[in-house]
Design a protein around this ligand. Structure first.
Ligand SMILES: Cc1cc2nc3c(=O)[nH]c(=O)nc-3n(C[C@H](O)[C@H](O)[C@H](O)COP(=O)(O)O)c2cc1C
Length: 165
């Protein structure tokens, strides 16, 4: 199972990145093969055809499972993440199982990963079998939502990646 974590936080090496990696490890049982801290792609995300951006998109598209993680900014995912997702071609995530994950400071936007981030991933062709996961930023590692979500999601990943291979 090839896995990646995509992190759309303008702050590098953020808790969102750590949470995305934790989610990937918890649900797959192994560290992700790739971690893309999108802020490192810098201004390449503002145009078309940047080699590093293209390589990142192709790597993500070639994975079986991708955790797409963002902090909550103004009730939704970040503009940085959207810049990256805009680089994915039509149906570019076909065959990829995507897991939308968002961190937030409070509970007010806990439906954002399901209602706002997941539809974009589906538009790009990804399969999103699990509910979008929202974690409290100050205690993401101990968030009681994580373990039951992972239990529910793990067999879905196993089944879907078996179909793909
Ligand atoms: C510009 C901005 C807007 C934010 N808007 C929200 C929000 O609408 N809802 C919320 O729960 N947290 C909001 N926050 C808090 C961030 O979601 C929180 O700080 C982030 O998840 C922490 O993750 P990090 O440590 O990886 O940056 C906002 C933070 C910033 C900087």
């Amino acid at each position: 199972m090839r896995t990646a974590v995509v992190v759309g936080n303008p702050k590098p090496q953020s808790r969102t990145l750590a949470a995305g990696v934790l989610v990937a490890e918890t649900v797959t049982g192994a560290p992700p093969d790739h971690v893309f801290d999108l802020v490192e792609l810098g201004a390449g995300l503002l145009g078309w055809g940047d080699p590093a951006v293209t390589a990142a998109v192709e790597t993500v598209a070639g994975c079986d499972v991708v955790v797409v993680a963002s902090p909550t900014f103004k009730a939704t995912y970040t503009g940085l993440l959207k810049l990256f997702l805009d680089q994915v071609p039509t149906a570019g995530l076909a065959g990829v199982v995507a897991l939308p994950v968002m961190l937030g400071a409070g509970p007010g936007h806990q439906l954002a990963p399901e209602l706002l981030l997941k539809p974009v991933l589906v538009e790009l062709g990804a399969t999103c079998p699990a509910p979008g996961l929202y974690l409290q930023d100050s205690a993401y590692a101990d968030d009681p939502r994580l373990a039951p979500w992972a239990e529910r999601t793990r067999p879905l990943l196993t089944a879907l990646t078996a179909i793909r291979t």
